[in-house]
Design a binder for this molecule. Structure first.
Ligand code: G6P
Ligand code: ZN
Length: 579
């Protein structure tokens, strides 16, 4: 039987260290635990790992040990998560350690629920010092699966590496956990409870976020589309956190029919699903959208509500195209951008579709490493409004996280805007029409990503080492089949705002025609190594735009497999997921 970590903490001998204003704070002795280094987005491990004695508590205490006291003493923090297994127990541990370290007040989503973008929105709106997100994003949940924790700072953005490195350092020397001796907090009803000077307020997970969405978008415009009888919408919450948001926003506010929400109840194990909105894991939605007479618009979001997938009838919008199309239409269709976006950005492996929009609109443009945290400084500095990643992340500076529901509302705004004058019976401009028009104007950046999940780490690392060697010897102009190399490197990024440098962010082969082959290891897996191979090629000839991406990219894919010797290094014949 799995044990609650709180039980084991109470069982160990502890001494009261202070009794300020009526709460007793215990000093719980502890020892460092190996392996608490955070990846692309926080600390992610199997639930069983987090359930080991003091595992979570050590990390949370190490975090407080890493923050300047003025960032939390008597301060305001936010806590929420995606509803996955272990969140309830974890929330109680986090609340007690926050109280033990002198936090003044913590806002907790009802039942521990808050999507990742909603945490960011609440931090910003309530001027909190920061917040915890209990989620392993799109990784499956349940006793056998994953759990995770992430800390966001006062402008709502994920803590920078300077902080997460410090936390890791402190996990290696930790000796004491400061735990308030307060009862478990009832998270099922809204309102404040006081424990001495420490306050816990249970908040509605939806209201602050919904208010922000109403500021950003023209809800009347979207409503005019969703209430048409000739437009059918479907949203798949994948039994994850956006289940809590979909009905209040799409149905109650915007007039979608109740049956347009699928898998709308958040479950601790996501209904045994893998809550990742892509063509493989959101198969149920894909089948509906590709069925005869399917809906006109389909979308899904992931475990914690920050990713999105957009589909039209019989049509998939790649995330790289999605951000480019949103950026191109934002000024007309979305009130928040009525003066035009300030700048655009994408992660390095994301296709160059957005670059072409930035060029045409003459906007500042940035290419950052994989990971949403790299957009934050640019936004805070007023350089960036709209950004996206190939990994099904799209968003803007309304919060400091990518935002699944925002992306769906952005697309609905675009479709609604395009059809605002259409009379009943007139043919509507479809998702596919919008994308094809975009390709005709800007060219089509064919894009595909191959994932090789849970490979042996040794082989995967060797392959990356080998590729580093290949690029170190490569020279511009060198021929790779029919492609000539323009540049080969291991991507490195210098943040234009604070000058920090992130190196070794992915091996790039960029060819003279703009085609790219990219390799990197995933930073979000919880076991083994996931190899990602990204392939891209620009096609300006409209007559070729309807070609299937796999067909169009076949020569480059073959080239990538041969340059990397991927099969030899990983033993994998084919990828686990293709997007
Ligand atoms: C998370 C981050 C994204 C990032 C993605 C990459 O979802 O929030 O910003 O793009 O991870 O994951 P990977 O597994 O490729 O490191
Ligand atoms: Zn996520």
């Amino acid at each position: 039987r799995l044990q609650s970590p709180f039980g084991s903490i109470r069982a160990s001998s502890s001494t009261a260290i202070a009794e300020p204003e009526g709460i007793k704070i215990n000093s719980v002795p502890t020892k460092p635990i190996e392996g608490q280094k955070t990846g692309t987005s926080g600390l992610r491990k199997k639930v069983k790992v987090f359930m080991q004695d003091n595992y979570l508590a050590n990390w949370i205490q190490a975090l407080f040990n890493s923050l300047p006291p003025e960032d939390y003493k008597n301060g305001l923090l936010v806590l929420g998560g995606d509803g996955r297994y272990f969140n309830r127990e974890a929330a109680q541990v986090i609340i007690k350690i926050a109280a033990g370290n002198g936090v003044g007040k913590i806002l907790v989503g009802k039942e521990g629920i808050l999507s990742t973008p909603a945490v960011s929105a609440v931090i910003r709106k309530r001027k909190a010092n920061g917040g915890f997100i209990m989620s392993a994003s799109h990784n499956p949940g349940g006793p056998e699966y994953d759990w995770g924790i992430k800390f966001n700072y006062s402008s709502g953005q994920p803590a920078p590496e300077s902080i997460t490195d410090k936390i890791y350092g402190n996990t290696l020397s930790i000796s004491e956990i400061k735990m308030a001796d307060i009862p478990d907090v009832d998270l099922s009803s809204l309102g404040e409870t006081k424990y001495g000077n420490f306050i816990v307020e249970v908040i509605d997970p939806v209201s602050d976020y919904m208010e922000l969405m109403e500021d950003v978008f023209d809800f009347e415009l979207i409503k005019s589309l969703l209430s048409r009888s000739d437009f059918r919408f479907t949203f798949d919450a994948m039994h994850a956190v956006t289940g809590a948001y979909a009905k209040p926003i799409f149905v109650d506010k915007l007039g979608a029919t109740p049956d347009s929400i699928k898998n709308g109840v958040p479950l601790e194990d996501f209904g045994h699903g893998h809550p990742d909105p892509n063509l493989t894991y959101a198969k149920e939605l894909v089948d509906v959208m590709y069925a005869e007479n399917g809906p006109d618009f389909g979308a899904a979001s992931d475990g914690d509500g920050d990713r999105n997938m957009i589909l039209g009838r019989h049509f998939f919008v790649t995330p790289s195209d999605s951000v480019a199309i949103i950026a191109a239409s934002a000024q007309l269709a979305i009130p928040y951008f009525k003066s035009g976006p300030k700048g655009l950005a994408r992660s390095m492996p994301t296709s160059g579709a957005l670059d072409r929009v930035a060029e045409k609109l003459v906007l500042p443009f940035f290419e950052v490493p994989t990971g949403w945290k790299f957009f934050g400084n640019l936004m805070d500095d007023g350089k960036l409004s709209i950004c996206g990643e190939e990994s099904f992340g799209t968003g803007s500076d309304h919060v400091r996280e990518k935002d699944g529901i925002w992306a769906v509302l952005a697309w609905l705004s675009i479709i609604a805007y395009r059809n605002r004058n259409k009379k009943p019976g007139e043919k509507l401009v479809s998702v596919a029409d919008v994308v094809k028009e975009h390709w005709a104007t800007y060219g089509r950046n064919f894009f595909s990503r191959y994932d090789y999940e849970e490979c042996e780490s040794e082989g995967a690392n060797k392959m990356i080492d080998y590729l580093r060697e290949v690029i170190s010897k490569s020279k511009p102009g060198e021929k790779y089949g029919s492609y000539a190399l323009q540049l080969g490197d291991d991507f490195s990024y210098t943040d234009p705002v604070d000058g920090s440098v992130a190196s070794k962010q992915g091996i790039r082969f960029v060819f003279t025609d703009g085609s790219r082959i990219i390799f990197r290891l995933s930073g979000t897996g919880s076991s083994g190594a996931t190899v990602r191979m990204y392939i891209e090629q620009l096609e300006t000839d409209v007559s070729k735009h309807d070609t299937d991406a796999q067909t169009a990219l076949k020569p480059l894919i073959d080239l990538a497999l041969s340059i990397s010797k991927l099969k030899d290094f990983t033993g994998r014949e084919r990828p686990t997921v293709i997007t």
